[in-house]
Design a protein around this ligand. Structure first.
Ligand code: C2E
Ligand code: CA
Ligand code: CA
Length: 612
């Protein structure tokens, strides 16, 4: 049973109990009323009834002084029987002013039902439901109050309210509460001309952690993250409120999954919002410790401001979400403020998709090849196929300019299939011309890997073009192969059985399980460019590069570094024992025509710099 279902059942039970209680109360009131009328001759019997009833019964006169209290009332209020005649109704019910006895004002025909606080002799206040009837006894008005302790019912109600307004996992406010409070805050902001910010936070790579380490660990992680967020938000509240001046108000909520929102209202200074966002980013960058493991995550934040970015709830939420996606697209672990141009860029993405579709049909796509070199002999030992778009107006475009559009439109799969085929045909052509054969690596996209027909496509392409599988290598990113360990292992084995080589691309950027890695039938690791870039100046990057090289060799894999741009990087990689290198220092990706000349030349020192 999920929380919502449980809540509804509980509410239903609650409603029924209340109805029952009301009808009992009604009955009791009537019984009492009747009993009282026959007081003179049935005094004994009436007292017995009163004592047996489980609700508290109090009688008092028009001066507010208590005349009698039954056993339940004595226990409820904690006074002995003899104390009651000295008590006033106002001492038992703190919300009734001392000087008034007009406590819930009943009419002679209809009893009055009220919820209020009652005061125990020693244990403080508790909630009760009171029903007061007015009767006449030999010309004197007498009030009869039936009092029911509703503490438990109240508690249940509070719990239900809590469930409806809070996220059970993190105890943070949930979406319902967030939207309620945002609507209220917007109202206030409009009235007072205040600025308000809505932040959307989405953890980076949470899904992968959840899938790899299990939901239990995922839950733990979400709880730790919530705690950090709470602290980050609270401490900025304190820091930013100068002496004597109250800072902005904040409300942190979890929308579900790994999505959080932060509402900042009554903002006094423009700089407050980026400061809070920055602080959140910093806090979440610190490693988390879970089950004896150290995990590093980050978060992407999108911000929309009122009134600039929208003046109703829906628009603000949508725009904060758009900004958050932009933060993801532009590399994660950052904050992006919504700009109205974002919708325009969504539009241009649509145009781009249409143009890309045409490009695929009209053969505007081409494959260029970047050489790879043996680090010791400096001989060209392979090529990486990289797609380019010969755009009719904009010239030669790099994948960064169109791959995002290809991915979001589902064109990446067909495009990557096309590259594979193009590469095999190229290998065929070079072989037919008697050129020196070189192994070519092809990048495999996430979509292709998960399409379910990668093995078939590769098998068919190899058969149709008739090339030797040894000349083909597939590059799969670390993310792809680590996401679904079992599936990846089976799939890589099938690919490997075809006779081709496999390499793990962008190694070091993802979240690798060593246990999994050693079972994968791969031949090579490619150290991600980001560790090579500052290898000469950043000790940490250098240590990581060294570790990857050592790891690869210990698993009998060869290792290649990409993005080598200068002699110093090359020297350090040689010292570390790296096998192969690739980068602008040697060559950029080149057209097949350009390369053919070189492939025809002698084997030896083929280093050539700067050609584009
Ligand atoms: P990648 O697989 O990491 O490819 C290496 C990228 O680094 C290439 O960028 C290459 O031109 C660039 N590069 C090589 N040496 C250097 C260097 O010394 N310095 C710098 N700064 N960069 C260097 P490119 O061609 O723009 O490709 C970018 C990404 O697009 C590739 O990253 C790959 O993920 C994707 N991609 C390219 N072609 C294909 C393809 O045919 N299919 C698929 N699925 N993805 C592709
Ligand atoms: Ca690659
Ligand atoms: Ca790479």
């Amino acid at each position: 049973m999920n929380d919502l279902e449980w809540m509804f059942r509980r509410a239903e039970r609650e409603r029924r109990a209340r109805k029952e209680a009301e009808s009992i109360l009604e009955d009791k009131s009537r019984q009492l009323f009747d009993a009282y009328r026959e007081l003179s001759d049935r005094e004994e019997k009436t007292r017995a009834i009163l004592e047996a009833i489980s609700d508290g019964i109090l009688t008092y006169g028009t001066n507010g002084r208590i005349q009698s209290a039954n056993r339940a009332a004595r226990e409820m209020f904690g006074y002995p029987a003899e104390r009651f005649p000295n008590l006033c109704i106002g001492q038992l019910f703190p919300s009734i002013p001392e000087d008034t006895f007009l406590f819930p004002q009943p009419s002679r025909t209809r009893p009055n039902l009220d919820e209020m606080l009652a005061r125990h002799a020693d244990h403080g206040d508790f909630p009760v439901e009171c029903k007061v009837s007015l009767v006449s006894d030999r010309g004197n008005d007498i009030f009869i109050a039936t009092v029911e302790n509703i503490s438990e019912r109240k508690q249940a109600q509070d719990q239900i309210k809590h469930l409806a307004y809070f996220d059970p996992l993190t105890k943070l406010p949930n979406r319902t509460q967030f939207e309620d409070r945002l609507a209220f805050a917007l109202d206030q902001a409009r009235r007072h001309g205040d600025t308000l910010a809505v932040m959307f936070l989405d953890l980076d790579r949470f899904k992968r952690i959840n899938d790899t380490l299990g939901h239990c660990t995922g839950d733990q992680l979400l709880r730790q993250v919530s705690e950090r967020l709470r602290r980050a938000v609270r401490s900025t509240d304190l820091v930013m409120a100068p002496m004597g001046q109250t800072g902005h108000d904040t409300l942190l909520a979890r929308l579900g999954g790994d999505e959080f929102t932060l509402l900042m209202s009554r903002i006094r200074r423009d700089s407050d919002v980026p400061r809070v966002a920055q602080r959140i980013l910093e806090t979440l960058r610190q490693p988390l410790h879970l089950d004896g493991m150290e995990l590093v995550i980050s978060t992407s934040i999108g911000v929309a401001l009122f009134p600039g970015d929208g003046d109703d709830l829906g628009t603000l939420l949508r725009n904060a979400d758009t900004a958050m996606y932009q933060a993801k697209e532009s590399g994660r672990d950052r904050v992006v403020f919504y700009a109205s141009t974002m919708n325009a860029s969504a539009l241009s993405l649509l145009n781009l998709e249409a143009a890309l579709r045409r490009a695929l049909q009209q053969e505007q796509l081409v494959v260029h090849y970047q050489p790879k070199y043996n680090l010791v002999s400096r001989a060209m030992v392979g090529l990486e196929a990289l797609i380019r778009w010969r755009h009719p107006e904009r010239g030669l475009l790099c994948p960064g300019e169109f791959l995002p559009a290809a991915t979001s439109s589902g064109l990446l799969g067909p495009m990557s299939d096309w590259v594979l085929r193009r590469v095999c045909l190229q290998l065929r052509e070079w072989a037919d011309r008697g050129l020196r054969p070189l192994q070519v690596s092809v990048n495999i996209s996430n979509q292709q890997f998960h399409s379910g027909n990668l093995v078939d496509t590769v098998t068919r392409t190899l058969a149709e073009t008739g090339i030797d599988p040894r000349w083909l290598e597939l590059e799969l990113t670390e993310n792809i192969v680590m996401e679904d360990a079992q599936m990846a292992q089976a799939m890589l084995k099938e690919l490997k059985d075809l006779g081709l080589s496999l390499s793990i691309d962008d190694f070091g950027t993802g979240y690798s399980s060593m246990n999994h890695l050693k079972r994968l039938p791969v031949d090579k690791l490619k150290i991600d460019r980001s560790f090579i870039k500052d290898i000469a100046t950043d000790v940490e990057d250098r240590a990581i590069a060294h570790a990857i090289i050592a790891l690869a060799h210990s698993l009998n894999l060869s290792v290649i570094a990409e993005g080598v741009e200068n002699e110093e990087q090359l020297r350090l990689l040689a010292l570390a024992g790296c096998d192969e290198v690739q980068g602008y220092y040697f060559n950029r990706a080149r057209s097949p025509e350009d390369l053919a000349l070189e492939l025809a030349g002698p084997v030896g020192d083929e280093r050539r710099t700067g050609s584009g």
